[in-house]
Design a protein around this ligand. Structure first.
Ligand code: PEP
Length: 254
């Protein structure tokens, strides 16, 4: 059984004060929920304060960073290293998000270095993959996913792969209000699990969580998560309001 994994990606939203206010409303709203991994990825600037607040509440909600440099330190102006993230209490890091790939030009080879660096530093990578609308319409969805999985995980050993979470995020569904249908999500997730099985064996592939991301809301979370290969959600817009993210975290999973 794969434990459902529900993650909020706040992107470049929320000051420290706003992040703390979110927690004040969110934590009571998910009280008593068990058997799910709940993760929040605030901007770097709010990680420390949120980490302290979660520790005070003895709360099992974990924090993720939204990006990371693969080196530990050095002349990389504006970058944040895995050592720094460890100190701030980030247990996870989102890597290869489509906004990093498409707005900031991150390439697969760099993303691959980040994945192995995160693992080396005890931070769980949440590796994002997904096709653009143009790629889907050209019938290239599976080849895009294959390339992103092959290159993103190129240096991940069989022992380490279970530390990785994948997030299938069709670019055409991110922040657009257009959600992949549960069938489209399942088709892509099953394909990705098949890739993992051919790389690492099916027993290992069965343990790896594959999240769906792209306009997930409280109203569609249950039907997406009901699909056998959809193990959780990476949520942007609908994770900015405590009630809305709580609705997703506590949704019924068939
Ligand atoms: C995301 O940014 O990872 C995302 C899925 O955003 P949204 O939920 O707003 O589509």
């Amino acid at each position: 059984m794969r434990k459902p994994f529900l993650a909020a990606n706040w992107k470049m939203n929320k000051t420290v004060k706003e992040g703390l206010e979110f927690l004040e409303a969110f934590l009571p709203a998910i009280k008593g929920i068990e058997g799910r991994d709940v993760v929040i990825a605030p901007p770097f600037t709010a990680l420390h304060a949120l980490s302290n607040a979660l520790e005070r509440e003895s709360c099992s909600v974990a924090l993720a960073a939204q990006n990371m440099h693969h080196e530990e330190k050095g002349a990389y102006t504006g970058e944040i290293s895995p050592v720094m993230l460890n100190e701030l209490g980030a247990r996870w890091v989102i890597l290869g998000h489509s906004e990093r790939r498409h707005i900031f030009g991150e390439q697969d080879d760099v993303i691959s270095k980040k994945v192995t660096s995160a693992i080396r530093h005890g931070i769980g990578p949440i590796l994002c993959i997904g096709e653009t609308l143009e790629q889907r319409e050209a019938g290239n969805t599976f080849s895009v996913l294959r390339n992103q999985v092959d290159s993103g995980l190129a240096d991940v050993s069989p022992d380490d792969i279970v530390k990785v979470v994948l997030a299938y995020e069709p670019v055409w569904a991110i922040g657009t209000g257009k959600t992949a249908s549960p069938e489209q999500a399942q088709e892509a997730h099953a394909f990705v699990r098949g890739l993992l099985a051919s790389k690492y064996g099916s027993a290992v592939a069965e343990q790896i969580r594959i999240l769906y991301g792209g306009s997930v809301k409280p109203s569609n979370a249950s039907e997406l998560l009901a699909k056998p290969d959809v193990d959780g959600a990476l949520v942007g817009g609908a994770a900015l309001e405590p009630d809305s993210f709580a609705g997703i975290v506590t949704c019924q999973i068939a």
